[in-house]
Ligand binder design. Structure first.
Ligand SMILES: [Zn+2]
Length: 79
């Protein structure tokens, strides 16, 4: 079953795995969607690497997620 969502900019149906809307080109991800992407990347890394390196990567992703979320909030507050 394919996961789809609605673009909040142009309202068209798009695959949830897309980072950018193929119709209007806007950046799509919201914090929940972003967490899913981070988890997917993390799971891929986890298959190849082990140990403390993964912990460090996970912590970096947590920081990155918070930074991106705050950027998104800043962008939204300017509209
Ligand atoms: Zn769109």
């Amino acid at each position: 079953m394919q996961q789809v969502s609605i673009c909040r900019f142009c309202g068209k149906t798009i695959d949830t795995q897309f980072l950018y809307c193929p119709w209007c080109g806007e950046l799509l991800h919201e914090s929940a969607h972003l967490a899913e992407i981070v988890n997917r990347v993390f799971n891929t890394v986890e298959e190849k690497e082990t140990g403390k390196r993964i912990e460090k990567i996970g912590q970096s992703l947590d920081i990155l997620e918070k930074e991106i979320t705050s950027v998104i909030h800043t962008m939204e507050s300017k509209k």
